[in-house]
Every structure is written in C-alpha cells, then in structure tokens.
Design a protein around this ligand. Structure first.
Ligand code: PLP
Length: 431
C-alpha cells in the first residue's frame, strides 16, 4: 500500500518532470507542497491524540427519516432512537413534511440571495411574525441557524462601554458570539446567583449590561434559575438574554419555553432559539425581542447580512410546526410524562441521571471509553444512544445523553431502560 511519503515522493518527481529543477514555480510549488505535508503531519498527530484519548466522535449513518424508530447502516431492523433533539416528534410529522413539499413547489429550492438583496419572501415574514407571537415578543429575525443568531447578536447590541455577564457553561455558540463583541466580559459560576450578583456589582459602571444564559443547559439538562436571575438583573439595571434551543416548543404549560415555565416571560428581554430541534428539526434559528433591536440586527448582524436566506421548504416545515403548537399544547404536554417514566425507572435501577425534569436525561458514567463502549453495546440491543466526552463535556464527566421524545411510546422507554440495565450490568455500572 502507498504511504503518504510514497505519494509525496511521486508528487515531487512529477513536479520535477513538469518544470525542471531551477524554475521559480518549481521552488514555489515545492514549498507549497512542503507546507501541506507539514500540516498533514500536525493534523495526523492531533487526530491520533483524540483517538488514543478515547474521545473520538464517530458518525453512524442513518438510512431512514429522523424519528423514534430509525434504520442505521450496519444494524438490522428498526432501531429505537434516543439521541435526537426531536422533542415533539415533529421532524417527520406528516403535516410538517407536507408543508415543506408545498413550499418547495410554490417557492422553489432556495433564494440564491441574502435577505436584503432578493432573499425575503412572504413566507419568511409570516414565520417571523408567528415566532414573535409564539414567544409574545415585539419582533423576530430569522437566521440560518441558532449558532448564527448567537454569533450575530452580541456584537450588534453591546459595545466597549457595555458589559456581558455569562454563565460559564453556556453553549459554544454563545461563547463564540461573545468573543466577537467588544463589551467587557464577566463569567459567573454555573447557575450561581451569588456569583452573578458579585459580577453585577463589579460591572456597575458599564452603560448597558446583559445577563446571558442558556434556558436549559444541553449537556446536563439543568434549568437556569431564571426567576433569581431576573430579580438580580432588575435590582442592578441589567437586561436578560436566554438561549431556548432545548426548551422552545415543550417547556412550560403552552410550550413557550423556560421563561413561561418559570413565570418570567415578561422579564426576559431577548430570546434566541432554533428551528432545528423541537420545531420541525430542519434548520434555522432566530432572535425575538424589542423591535429596535431586531431592526438593528437586520442592518448590522453579520451572519444575517452575509449568509443565504433560509430555504423555502425549511420555512414551510417550521411554519407548520409553529402553527401546530399555537393551536394546541397537547403534544408538548406528553413529553413530560414520558421523561418522568424514564428518569424514575433508571434511578430505581441504580443509574445516576443528571439534570432537572427535562427530556435531556444524561446517564452519568465518568469514563469516556466506558460511555462509548456502552453506547456501542446499546446499539447491538437495538437502542441508539451516544456517549458524550471531552471536549463536549468536562474531562471525567463522560455520559450517555438520552433524549426523550413525545413520539416515544411507554414500551419504547421500557425497552431502553432494559437495554441500559443489561449493558450496565455487563460493564459493572449497576448490579
Ligand atoms: N444553542 C444551544 C443551547 C444548542 O444546543 C445549539 C445546538 O446544538 C445551538 C445553540 C445551535 O443551534 P443550531 O443547530 O440551530 O445552530
């Protein structure tokens, strides 16, 4: 078999035959070649470190639609899926799929444009209006993802005279978004109101201040203490922002989110969320909040200004998902019962499940290799779950993150628990 080195030698020989030895282009291309060869060595070394550290993230290939039962390449029959953010089972809901097809037929595959040039259709405006209504906020702006919404917000809202106070475990996209802005940065300990108060006192001289938190933290399934955060923000004259990616559509009596559940919808000023999880699961993100903020984001937010408009089928699917939730909270309600069934049965069996009563149920294992081996064994038993390890979670806190969906039946949940018990016994996690 040819090694990299053999290939390199061949390329050098080819260059020599093509250009001779003394032409400037040969020297230049040889240098270019040497540069990429060196980069290759550095990259291979880095990849090997990840492999030997047991934190390699492989990708299993799904050969069916997203849903509670899927087909996975290399496994036989229907596999029970417990690792999608498909909290409401809307990713392959017939009405959602149909709406996507209708939008595709009527509005085409895509816009070939950013919003302000020729990328705004009536369906984009309609979805923005519905999302603002859903969250009971003044206005809404769509992005290609919530990662983009988080990347595009802080730089526009906050300048060097302002301050941002951020939970230390906020999502990577919030951390990146904050890095892009020039406000002074204060990081408070995870969900620690005392520490937040200390930082609010320290940042008192700033012009605007924004407290930034995930509503629900995706790795642990724990919920931000929003009431306490709003109390403090009001005491010290700060605004509050939440990322509701793991709450929109199913937390709270009407599925409006963590802010609804904790009774602070009118005290949280800005919400970012995704269309890529509970709301149909295709893609897309958005910001809802005060109208002048949304107007300014349309003028200045870089991921909005310099990236393509959301494709019509994606808009069609998300719009139908929001319409279903505006019409009834029935689907949203059913996730809670199923979550409690899983959490209770797993705890009885001796597993440690982290987080509050959220459909994200992290089965804590500690060791990265153990998490990955157990996930592989679960797949052999027909249950698809994934081990999470560093850098997605802190070192020594590896886990299998189970996510419950409204589309799971009680029998699905019991089957997953049985598979956990069998695999857990094999690896000495439970007796
Ligand atoms: N914020 C949080 C808390 C998330 O969990 C995610 C997705 O993993 C994002 C933002 C990014 O969302 P999107 O997939 O729409 O970019």
């Amino acid at each position: 078999m040819l090694t990299n080195r053999d290939v390199n030698q061949f390329v050098l020989l080819f260059q020599f035959m093509k250009h001779g030895t003394n032409t400037p282009s040969t020297t230049t291309s040889n240098r270019g070649y040497a540069a990429i060869a060196e980069a290759r060595t550095v990259l291979e070394h880095e990849l090997e470190t990840i492999r030997t550290g047991g934190t390699w993230k492989g990708e299993r290939i799904i050969t069916s639609k997203q849903g509670p039962r899927i087909n996975v390449d290399g496994s036989h029959g229907d596999i029970l899926n417990f690792c999608a953010n498909n909290y409401l089972g809307l990713s392959s809901h017939p009405q959602v799929v149909e709406a996507g097809i209708e939008a595709l037929k009527k509005y085409g595959a895509g816009l070939s444009s950013v919003r302000f040039i020729c990328g705004t259709q009536d369906i984009h405006k309609d979805l923005e209006q519905k999302l603002a209504q859903f969250h009971e906020r003044e206005d809404c702006i769509l992005y290609a993802s919530c990662f983009d919404a988080n990347a595009g917000l802080f730089e526009v809202l906050l300048g060097p005279d302002d301050a941002v106070l951020s939970d230390e475990l906020n999502h990577a996209s919030i951390i990146d978004g904050i890095r892009l802005c020039r406000a002074k940065r204060f990081r408070y300990k995870h969900m620690d109101l005392n520490d937040l108060e200390t930082q609010l006192k320290e940042s008192q001289s700033s012009r605007l201040r924004l407290v930034v938190t995930d509503g629900v933290f995706s790795m642990d399934g724990d919920m931000a203490p929003l009431k306490g955060i709003c109390d403090l923000a009001e005491k010290y004259g700060a605004m509050v922002f939440i990322d509701e990616c793991h709450a929109t559509g199913f937390m709270g009596p009407r599925g409006r989110g963590t802010d609804e559940l904790l009774g602070v919808m009118d005290r949280v000023h800005i919400v970012n969320s995704t269309l890529g999880k509970a709301l149909g699961g295709a893609a897309g993100g958005y910001t809802v909040g005060p109208k002048p903020l949304i107007d300014l984001l349309r003028q200045r937010s870089r991921p909005y200004l310099f990236s393509n408009s959301l494709p019509p089928p994606v808009v069609g699917c998300a719009t139908r998902a929001v319409e279903l939730l505006l019409a009834s909270n029935e689907i949203a309600q059913s996730v809670g019962d199923k979550t409690m069934r899983f959490r209770n049965k797993m705890t009885e069996a001796g597993f440690t499940i982290s987080g509050s009563d959220h459909p994200i149920c992290p089965v804590m294992l500690g060791d990265a290799r153990l998490a990955s081996l157990m996930a592989d064994d679960m797949l052999k038993l027909g249950v698809y779950v994934i081990g999470f390890s560093y850098p997605v979670v802190p070192k020594g806190k590896a886990r299998i993150r189970v996510q419950i969906s409204a589309a799971h039946t009680d029998q699905d949940i019991d089957r997953a628990v049985d598979a956990f018990i069998q695999t857990g016994r094999k690896h000495g996690v439970v007796s």
